[in-house]
Ligand binder design. Structure first.
Ligand SMILES: [Zn+2]
Length: 294
C-alpha cells in the first residue's frame, strides 16, 4: 500500500477530483496528479467514481505506482447510486456491488479509504429507512469481510447535506459502530448546510468532535476522514458546492483548525470546492499551520 508517511502524525490535505487549474496547466490524465499534488506541498487525493466505477485495474495500478513515487495517498469515493435504505432487494444488492467494485480499484491505487453515501430516506419514516440502511450495510460488511484482499481497507459513511438523505452525524456514528474497518467521513459543509449554517465558532465544531470521541473512541475520531468545502443551502439543505471565495454560507476552516490543534487530530481533509480544490486545500493546510504555531 502507498499510504502517506505522515498519516496519523498530522492532518493531511488534498483535493477531491481534478481542479480547474490542473486542466488549465494542460493535464488530462490522472496519472500526472500525484506529482502535481506533491509539487504543491499537498498529501492526498480522492478519486470519485461518481456515476460508476469506470477505471480499469491496469490504469489504477499505473496511477498507484505514481502515488508510491511521489508519496501521495489516494482514497476513492464510491458511486452516488449506493442506497442501503432502498426497500428493493435488487437496489440493495447493487449497492453492495458498487462498494465492492470501488474497493477493488482502491486496492489497485494502493489506497486505504473508500467514502460512500449511505442512502435516501424515500417514502418511509426515518426510523424504518435507517434500520434498513444499518441492516443492508452490515450485510455489505460481512461480504467485505469474506474477501481477504479487502481485509485492511476502510469504508467511510459520509454525513450528508440534504434532509432526504441518510447521514446525520448521529447516524454515521451508528454505522461506524458496525465494524472496526468503518471510519466516519464528516463533511462539515454538509453538516452546516443541513442545519442552515450552524457551524460558526470553534465550539460548534467541538460539539461534533466530542460526539465522535464518545461514540467511536480515539482511533476513529483522531483519524477521521473529512470533506471540507463551503456549500450553498436552502430550506431542505445543500444546494451546491462553492469555493473559499464565498463569504455568505460557510463554514470557515479557521474554527475547525483550532479544534484540530486542541485535540491533536490527524484527519485526512479533502477539499470538494467547485474548481479550486487544490488552492483551497493548500489554504486549509496554511490555516492549520498557523493555528498549530500559536
Ligand atoms: Zn460525498
Amino acid at each position: 500500500m502507498s499510504l502517506n508517511r505522515f498519516s496519523g502524525l498530522r492532518p493531511l490535505f488534498g483535493p477531491s477530483g481534478h481542479a480547474e487549474s490542473y486542466a488549465a496547466e494542460g493535464h488530462t490524465s490522472t496519472a500526472d496528479m500525484p506529482e502535481w499534488i506533491a509539487a504543491r506541498g499537498l498529501d492526498i487525493f480522492e478519486y470519485s467514481f461518481g456515476r460508476g466505477v469506470r477505471v480499469s485495474s491496469e490504469t489504477a495500478r499505473a496511477i498507484g505506482a505514481k502515488c508510491d513515487e511521489f508519496g501521495i495517498e489516494m482514497s476513492v469515493h464510491a458511486p452516488y447510486f449506493i442506497n442501503f435504505a432502498s426497500p428493493e432487494p435488487e437496489k440493495a444488492a447493487n449497492s453492495v456491488g458498487y462498494l465492492l467494485s470501488s474497493l477493488k480499484i482502491l486496492r489497485c491505487f494502493g489506497g486505504e479509504r473508500c467514502v460512500f453515501h449511505p442512502g435516501a430516506q424515500g417514502k418511509e419514516s426515518r426510523d424504518v429507512a435507517f434500520a434498513r440502511t444499518k441492516e443492508a450495510f452490515a450485510h455489505a460488511l460481512d461480504l467485505i469481510g469474506e474477501e481477504p484482499e479487502y481485509k485492511d481497507l476502510i469504508v467511510c459513511p459520509e454525513t450528508m447535506g440534504k434532509q432526504a438523505q441518510i447521514g446525520t452525524v448521529e447516524e454515521v456514528i451508528e454505522l461506524c459502530r458496525l465494524g472496526e474497518n468503518v471510519y466516519p467521513c464528516v463533511d462539515f459543509g454538509h453538516v452546516n448546510a443541513l442545519y442552515g449554517g450552524t457551524l460558526k465558532r470553534a465550539e460548534d465544531f467541538e460539539v461534533i468532535v466530542k460526539k465522535l470521541f464518545d461514540g467511536l473512541g480515539e482511533q476513529k475520531t483522531r483519524n477521521m476522514h473529512v470533506h471540507f468545502s463551503k456549500i450553498q443551502y436552502g430550506a431542505k439543505g445543500e444546494i451546491r458546492h462553492l469555493t473559499f471565495a464565498d463569504d455568505i454560507y460557510g463554514p470557515d476552516f479557521e474554527p475547525f483548525a483550532e479544534v484540530i490543534v486542541k485535540y491533536g487530530l490527524t484527519p485526512h481533509i479533502l477539499s470538494e470546492s467547485a474548481g479550486t480544490q487544490a488552492e483551497d486545500s493548500a489554504e486549509m493546510r496554511d490555516i492549520w499551520l498557523r493555528a498549530n504555531g500559536k
